[in-house]
Design a protein around this ligand. Structure first.
Ligand SMILES: Cc1cc2nc3c(=O)[nH]c(=O)nc-3n(C[C@H](O)[C@H](O)[C@H](O)COP(=O)(O)O)c2cc1C
Length: 215
């Protein structure tokens, strides 16, 4: 069940209430109609993504928007091959590995739009020591994730369905090669996007007292 403030919160300003209801109603959607999405709508989503905060305002996010069927197939095949190798080396049963590869292939090729979200360290600060280099890298990761969330929320507000998929993070070189991305772009994930076939399943959230300490 999704958190609801309505019962608890008097004087919930109308705009804030609308905003809360919108973000609370977003769910991950993985099944789409084949209907395409207009470029201007995709650009709105990307613009929303780029409005995210970022460390030093360096905007370390990069996006590869895949609309073309042949690119989706190439990406799905390459990632599927990598997934197969990984799962077999995990000693997963071959039938199970094959089912996972098929599911991954169907998810990618079944989405009207696939957006691979990447990170670049090009404009981030450089440090000589490992500790601050790691912190700087994590700030770039955090910034890219914020852009991703903006994109997911905007997609929901547009009546679209979307889901962040982690697989490109596990197959960065494969994704970079399949899409001919610049060498400095590090794939972090991909968002599959389209008109939803059904509503998302309600996913519970931990209660505040499990995740918050007040001091
Ligand atoms: C970093 C990240 C990675 C995710 N990776 C996957 C994934 O690989 N496959 C998938 O089906 N969903 C993935 N999800 C979606 C989560 O499963 C989903 O957000 C979570 O179950 C809560 O459901 P909700 O988004 O509908 O509220 C990912 C979400 C995040 C934030």
């Amino acid at each position: 069940m999704t958190h609801s403030f309505h019962e608890h919160s008097e004087n919930f300003p109308v705009d804030a209430r609308w905003f809360y209801d919108t973000l609370a109603a977003r769910r991950s959607i993985r099944d789409f109609e084949s209907k395409p999405i207009a470029t201007r709508i995709i650009e709105r989503l990307l613009t929303a993504a780029c409005n995210a905060p970022s460390a030093h305002n360096r905007q370390p996010w990069r996006f590869c928007v895949i609309l073309d069927e042949s690119h989706k197939v190439k990406l799905a095949r390459s990632m599927g091959d990598a997934l197969w190798v990984d799962r077999i080396s995990d000693e997963v049963d071959a039938d199970e590995a094959e089912a996972e590869v098929h599911r991954s292939y169907d998810r990618i090729t079944g989405a009207p739009v696939v957006i691979v979200i990447c990170l670049t360290m090009e404009d981030m600060d450089r440090y000589l020591d490992q500790s601050r280099s790691r912190a700087e890298y994590l700030m770039a990761v955090q910034s890219v994730a914020m852009a991703g969330e903006n994109l997911l929320l905007m997609a929901h507000a547009e009546g679209l369905g979307a889901c962040w998929m982690c697989a490109p993070l596990f197959t960065q070189d494969v994704v970079r090669e399949a899409l001919n991305l610049p060498s400095s772009w590090e794939p972090q994930g991909m968002i599959i996007l389209g008109h939803p076939v059904h509503e998302g399943r309600d996913r519970s959230r931990l209660p505040l007292d499990r995740v918050v300490l007040w001091r």
